[in-house]
Design a protein around this ligand. Sequence first.
Ligand code: ADP
Ligand code: MG
Length: 618
Amino acid sequence: MANIIKLLPDHVANQIAAGEVVQRPASVVKELLENAIDAGATSIKLIIKDAGKTLIQIIDNGKGMSETDARMSFERHATSKITSADDLFNLSTKGFRGEALASIAAVAHVELKTRIHKNEVGTRIEIEGSKIITQEPCATPVGTSLAVKNLFFNIPARRNFLKSNNVELRHIIDEFQRVALAHSQIVFAMFHNDGEVFQLPAGNLKQRIVGIFGGKTNEKLVPVAEETDIVTIQGFVVKPEFSKKTRGEQFFFVNDRFIKNAYLNHAVSAAFEGLLPDKTRASYFLYLTVDPSTIDINIHPTKTEIKFDDEHSLYAILRSTIKHSLGQFNIAPVLDFDRDANLDTPYAYKDKYVHTPKVEVDRTFNPFETVPPPKKGATMPSYTKQNVEGWEQLYEGLKTPPSDGTSNVTYESDEVTGNLFQKDTEYAFAKAESSTYQLNNKYIISTIKSGMVIIDQHRAHQRILYEELLRNITVKESVSQQLLFPLVLNYNSSELALLVQLKEGLENTGFVFGKVANETLEITGIPTSLPESEVPIVIEQLLSDLENEVPDTGFSQTDTLAKSMAKSMAVKAGETLDGSSREHLVNSLFACKEPSVSPDNRTTFITMSGEELDRKFK
Ligand code: ADP
Ligand code: MG
């Protein structure tokens, strides 16, 4: 039999390697930023078009490459950074696998322009899918410019697998921030579709954090510093009261490299124990310096995970260092022997208003009434008209009709009791078709021809709002409520970049935007169905959903927007709904195109037929 094993051609091997190194535009950004840093650049500019799907370009003022090196840099396992396996244990550079450029060139159109200081002309190389198209001398400044166009042009499956522009941009911004935070002495700039996203001058660590996360960050930071034999810790933690629910900023750097490490994260959380408001997560920027021979950073292809020789000591040191900082800056209650420790309140409760328990008696409460009077605080729109029209029906069979049909109907119990125990109906309230009940402030119970229906109020309302929002966004016919005083909200540049992307969709739901500048977003109009006080919550939720968006399998930005807004605007479990709100909810739900599931595909209602009930009573 003939031999069947053969070596893969280079371009195939490169494409396979690319699968590991280049998962998405953000991976390219990471590799190129790291190369620029390794080249000793002091100024790095990142230019992105269409969330990196059209263009990713990095321009640095580093040492550049000679003509031969420029050509070599695209070969697999071509690296200037290690020469023997031993070097792996003493890495001071970011790259070492010599795979990034080869992989990127295998799956994109790449244009490299580079020049070293001692040469007057530079080199320009064009590569498409590993094939060199052009190599020629060119005029270019000292340093390197690498433009990566049409990523995955030759692997449609990969290209289709990319998520929406928001998600890909979010990943790029994440990588950019991680690198920029690790190198505050380097000038960074980032542009997306010609708009400036970041402009970061060289500075100290605190200035860099503030440059990225906005001016308001300054007062939120508590410094952390510790030096021991096995680790030096520097950086900042964010004061507990500024911790975030969904989007904590958590950054660990080890020897200037961003890493993720659940164990160390746990150490920080442990230091914050008892200080964080409910359901929030600590935010931190922590820089660990350790002897490179005590860590292994090669356990993951994209190198964000790391293994430490002595994790347990590191954990203990980290935890006590942060605890100490929090205590020193009066964040945590310190032990004070002159005071009765029993009087100490946990931090989260410290500034809270103390309520004396009050007993409230609702004198109009009638356990048997069919339609209770509207309760205060219900947020559903009330459609009293329907209510009034149907009132006769509700009380059909009663001996004494109300003398005054317009006033809210509260009867003395005997009369209504008569209703419940009518002999001639199978289901007492089946006749009064519109009657609804609320159970545990969470479920709405109503009758249908065949029996009864139990509706999850939060999910049902989400479905209703979702369809309404989708309609508004696509038909562009929403109504907006003009604000007397524009709302001015603070967001950092990456959040603003995301919101600007979504501007059109948001405007179609009824938002009107004023100036976008300098970490602030001015809102001059809002959707009519949205109370002004909830605007920041809705936007916060939206930003968080955009980050965690599901793969873009035919779902649009519009869909995410509608889902997210529906989620934050919908009535929650625990809210009391008055009769007309309940009815409106039931009617609107069944007028929906897909009433049976919430936008995230969860059951909105269950039914129980008369027969099922009969069986239960056997
Ligand atoms: P690695 O970074 O692991 O060495 P890469 O494929 O990323 O592998 O890069 C290959 C080589 O090309 C690098 O070792 C370096 O010598 C050179 N190189 C890449 N980018 C730059 C740059 N921006 N400036 C100067 N040299 C570069
Ligand atoms: Mg590299």
